[in-house]
Design a protein around this ligand. Sequence first.
Ligand code: NOJ
Length: 565
Amino acid sequence: MQKKWWMESVGYQIYPKSFYDSNHDGIGDIKGIYEKLDYLNHLGVNLIWICPFYDSPMDDNGYDVRDFYNVYSEFGTLEDVKELITKAHGLGIKVVMDFVLNHTSDEHPWFIESRKAKNNPYRDYYIWHDGKMVDDKKVEPTNWGSFFGGSCWNYDELTDSYYMKIFSDKMPDLNWKNPKVRQEMIDVGKWWLELGIDGFRIDAVSHLDRARLIDIKNQKDKYPLDWTKFSNLPKVHDYLKILNESLFKPYDVLTIGEVGGQATIEEAKKYAGFESNELSMVFNFDHNWCNNLFDITNPKKLKTNVVDLKKTFDKWQKAFATDGWMPLNWLNHDQPRLMSQYGDYKYPLESGKMLATALHMMRGTPFVYQGEEIGMTNYPFEDVNDFDDISSRATYIYELEKTPDDPVRALKVASLRSRDNARTAMQWSKDLYGGFSLEEPKISNNRNYKRINVASQLNNNNSLLNHYKKLIDLRRFSAYKDIITYGAYEQIDIENEDLYIYKRILDDKVLLIINSFSKKKLTYDMSHFEITNIVISNYKDQKLKNKTLILRAFESIVFEIKESL
Ligand code: NOJ
């Protein structure tokens, strides 16, 4: 296996709008990231992934790109980006940016041209189709649903035809079959790499190919959402091989594809196996929903399915054990907050540290999502107008259609799953607006910032923040660096409903990682192991009686061990 810098890195994901507002206009910005680089350096990360900062009308917070060669003015300027890259590099921090290949904004000049006429030179940059006649009425070419609700086609009067858009109406899908589109995107990529970017997180990459335009058989929904119509189809791999050959390989950059589209292990390996010549790694989301979130409205009733979660980790760790690499992340800007999803509000410190250890000791490149390191929580939405996110509003409408006389239920369900939970203002201090800005944030600002913030945790050795710092330090600089980075992963006791236990093994070194997902007192038989060191833990001491380990609420310990037969 060829070792790469990104295998030995720890990443941090930044959502620019809500990270830090340097010019105090209520919106985060690039200079804000610049100002906080010292904090990130102190935390120990050496790789940042910044969500889109391209010029955009912000229908989907920047994933709807209007100009790939420019910066959204409220975030700053190209000069700011250059300064950010220079400072980051000076600190040894690599910079990865979002690369949006699947769609543009409908305000992008290519789309403005494309709409104009059927014979416009840009027509084939997008996926246009005539409507279909059903009972003398013109309807969409297929009944396929889109991710953000409704049809995946939008009607355009100008040429009396439909364009495909699997996200919002304002995000028309690019036509990757067109070699000109591929070349345009290669040019965009080159331009940013020449500017000094170290790699890309590639948005919605699994969707670049489409199935044949045949209706989905479904009596229930008018526009059923069937991922297989536009996910992980064969041509995606051809396109990625082209991008790899002409862009990724020559610049030797890190590429992390977002393959949320229910990719199987086989698919994921095609994308990111060492021999695949496509991407360096792929994010999957299988571990994000291992609870009963989709069946409840009361957050207090949320219950993690620990065995499901463990099996999910096991599946992916085994799949990428030798011939590929994977990122490790608990959440991103599209998921609820970790503390609200798998943590426990009564034991925030213990459960937060345990979750961090459980993830960071696995094999792969860990990514911390902004605010995760201080245990930020979901936002208490009170009204549908509190949602900024287009898909949260769509979820609310969808749920309301199910129970029109119970808007409270619809709001609760949409709130629990809302992507806005992760997009609230970063909580830097107990000052007004959590130290995010001096101006009232234009995004939600969780009122618990007085209790949960960076400043109060920075100098507290026992804080969650410092636990993250210790984990990062262990991985990057300690005597355990090699085993944590490259050691083999082996899960034990997989059916245990409370404990997630795995080993990392390198040569004759073994680490045993024990994580309790329960608030109950538990025991674990340690008679097969000889403990040689305690590497990190979330309680001051350990309770071991006659070779039986007694675990308190959410206790987590990493032992160095020798196995006795
Ligand atoms: C995935 C991104 O993570 C999400 O935020 C966005 O809405 C969609 N792709 C569309 O770009």
